[in-house]
Structures are given as C-alpha cells and as structure tokens.
Design a protein around this ligand. Structure first.
Ligand code: PA5
Length: 407
C-alpha cells in the first residue's frame, strides 16, 4: 500500500505535530491515555486473533445452513458488512440495524429457520434495534420448531447482559466480544470474524494484513502509515479543515466508507470537537457532489482509497457507433478508472482541496485486514490529538433516552 498526502506543512506545524505525537505515544506507553481499558484491539491481531479464528471456524464447520442472518447495529455489523461487500461474498444478510418495519419484514420473509442460521451480535446485549429484530427472528424460529442451540449463535459480553443471560439459558452457542474492545474497534474479533468465516473470507490473509499493520506501528511508532495519516489530519484540522471526505472508486467499497465514517465519527465527535467524516463513491458521486467538492467552501480535505487492480480485465469493445469512445477502444476499464482517480485528484488539488491517498495494488482480504487496523490506530491517535477519549460515545444515549420517553 502506498500513502501520499498532497499537503505540506510549514516547519512550525510539523514540530507541533511531532510534539503532540510524542505526548500521545507517551500516554499510550505509560497507560495514562484516557480509555486505556478499551485498547485490547492494539495487540489483538496475533495469538488472540488466531485463537478466535480457530474457534469461530471450527463452529462454522458444524453449521449446516444455507444463509446467515446477522442481527446487529453500529460496530456490531458495519465491519462485517463492509468486508463481505468489499470481497463480494454472498449468503450473509444484515438486519437489526434500523427500526424499519419494511426492512425487517423483507428479512423475515426470506429467513427460513429450517435452512438458515441467525447470529445476534450485541456487546451490551440490550441495544433496541438488535433486540427487536432478534425477537422477530426468534419467534419465527420457535414457531418452526428450530433447535436454537443449533440454529442461533450469540456474540456478546463474556459475563453479563440480557443477551448473555438469554443465550446461556437457551444453550445457544456464545462467542465473546473481548472486554477491552469497543464495538467500532471489534471488527477483527468474533464480531467480524463470524460472518466473514461463514461467507468464506480468507481469515488467515485478513489476519496477516492486520498483523503486518500492527507490526509496522510497533516497529516504528513515529513513522508508519497510521501515524502519517493521523498527523496529516491533525495538521489539516489545525488549518481550519472541519470535514473529511473519504472516497473510494469501487461501489463494492462503499460500505467500507460507512465503517470508516462510524469509526471516526463516534471516536472523535465529542466535546464540540471532531472532523466531520463523510463518505462518497467516485466516479458515481462526482455526478452528484463533484461540483461541491470542486467549487464549494474550502474547509475540508479528501482521503481516497484506490486499488490498482479490480480483478476484472474488461476492455472497451470495438464497435461501429458514435458514442465518443472510439479513441479508447481496447482500453481496460481499470485504466479508465485509474485515469478518473488521477484526474480527479489533480483537479481537486488544483481546486485547493488537500488530498490524502491510500493506494493498494488489489483490495483483497490481506489489504482489508491491513486497512482495518491502520484506520483503527490512526483514529485513536487522531482522537487523542484532539484531547478526546476515542473509545466512549456518551452522546449516543441522548436519542435513546428521548425515544424511550416517546414509547
Ligand atoms: O462502536 C460502538 O460502540 C457502537 O457503535 C456499538 O457497536 C453499537 O451501538 C451497538 O452496540 P452493541 O454491540 O452493544 O449492541
């Protein structure tokens, strides 16, 4: 993976960034940084992850199911959803991530308790969207006489919570969301591994990518891509950039943008601070937001995830027709996409939009593991730069409370 930032900071900014980084790294080393009890994900892609992969895979092998229904919201589904879409896997469906009756009904119509498996994922074990969906799926499973111990799996806290207690009482197989890992930092734990394993994702490659990113951070804490990215964001924020657009050039990576958005949004947006994280898919959204990006207010920057090889070798066919494509007949569609990426980046930079690029050769399971870890680390450092705890989300309670009052 190649990292590039278009913006150069003056010496004073660079020194200020280095000083902030020293303080943050010192806090992490000494264990005095806020939320240290939630940093289990930092060392996880090693023995612990390998063990969870073994356990999850062994359990998946015992499941004879057509499709998997994943019930969860926020950090309890976005990572797995992103991975399954990015790697174009099938047979896994996601529900319990809204209060939409129509959505739920569609899932229930398709779900066959005799053929399908349900995994309910909730660290707290009491999130309403998930609990509500679970109740409906469970009702259908019980009505069909399904053996819950075989057709349902729960991923939740290891010791407590309503879901933990229910699963234990019903002898439902449980996996644990590690105690020291918050939802949005849990994609590499059973939370993400279970749906990915069911879908046939190469978990060894995923782990290798994550471990390489972890080793890069450990080897040289001040010089690695995660820190480079965090420093670039920090500098841009201090120059008045209030928003960040995360763009990909592949529709299959759009859900990865949603994962990235949740990670940064929930980790940074507190105490009146944070960079607004937005995500777009190019070139699709260049026909919707391209005008705004090129000529709107200059108070944001753009971070692009681009993969050189899509895995397709489609070439533009030669045809006798007047559609303006004659000059690029025989050109690979990947090369057209590359021209779009390079041209758009040049145009946006010329329009005073600082750009950051993560360029991968191919975006496969290895790259995904590397990306997940790099972003988690960069996000934690970024939040610390702003002086906020990356691992809590006190603001999320407000809507829950107001909603509860109305119910
Ligand atoms: O990142 C987080 O902690 C949140 O987004 C949670 O994952 C989300 O609210 C779901 O919580 P739970 O897993 O407890 O149901």
């Amino acid at each position: 993976m190649d990292f590039r930032s278009s913006h150069t900071f003056d010496e004073c900014k660079r020194n200020e960034g280095k000083k902030s980084l020293d303080l943050v790294l010192d806090g992490l080393k000494k264990g005095s940084a806020p939320g240290m009890e939630w940093t289990g994900w930092i060392d996880y892609p090693d023995e612990k992850m390998a063990e969870d992969i073994r356990e999850v895979t062994a359990h998946i092998e015992t499941i004879e199911a057509r499709d998997l229904y994943v019930l969860g919201i926020g950090g309890s589904y976005l990572g797995a959803y992103a991975a399954i879409c990015a790697l174009e896997k099938e047979g896994v469906h996601f529900y319990g991530n809204s209060f939409s009756a129509r959505d739920l009904e569609r899932g229930l119509r398709a779900y066959d308790p005799k053929k399908d498996h349900v995994v309910v994922i909730s660290k707290s074990g009491s999130t309403r969207e998930t609990a509500m969906a679970f109740r409906f799926f469970l009702e259908k499973a019980e009505a069909a006489g399904a053996d819950l111990s075989k057709s349902v799996t729960a991923i939740t806290d290891g010791k407590k919570g309503k879901l933990h207690d229910f699963a234990e009482a019903k002898k439902i197989r449980r996996f644990v969301v590690p105690e020291d890992m918050g939802g949005r930092y849990s994609v590499l734990s059973p939370v993400g591994l279970f749906p990915m394993a069911f879908a046939g994702v190469d978990l060894e490659a995923l782990m290798k990518g994550a471990r390489d990113a972890k080793d890069a951070v450990a080897r040289d804490p001040k010089n690695n891509r995660a820190v480079d990215y965090a420093l670039a964001r920090h500098g841009l924020r201090s120059e008045g950039k209030v928003a960040e657009i995360f763009a990909t050039y592949e529709p299959r990576l759009a859900p990865l943008g949603r994962w990235w958005q949740q990670l940064f949004g929930e980790s940074e947006g507190k105490e009146g601070k944070g960079i607004l994280p937005l995500t777009l898919t190019y070139s699709t959204d260049l026909h919707a937001m391209g005008q705004w990006v090129q000529e709107g207010p200059r108070n944001f920057f753009e971070t692009v995830l681009y993969a050189e090889r899509s895995g397709s070798d489609l070439k533009i066919p030669a045809m006798a027709m007047d559609d303006g494509l004659d000059s690029i007949e025989g050109v690979a569609v990947d090369d057209v996409n590359r021209a779009a990426f390079e041209g758009t980046r040049a145009a946006h930079e010329a329009g005073n939009v600082p750009t950051i690029s993560f360029v991968y050769d191919a975006f496969d399971a290895y790259a995904l593991g590397e990306f997940f870890y790099t972003m988690e680390y960069a996000c934690a450092i970024s939040a610390y730069f702003q002086g906020v705890n990356p691992f809590d989300q006190p603001g999320v309670e407000a809507y829950k409370k107001a909603m509860k009052e109305r119910l």
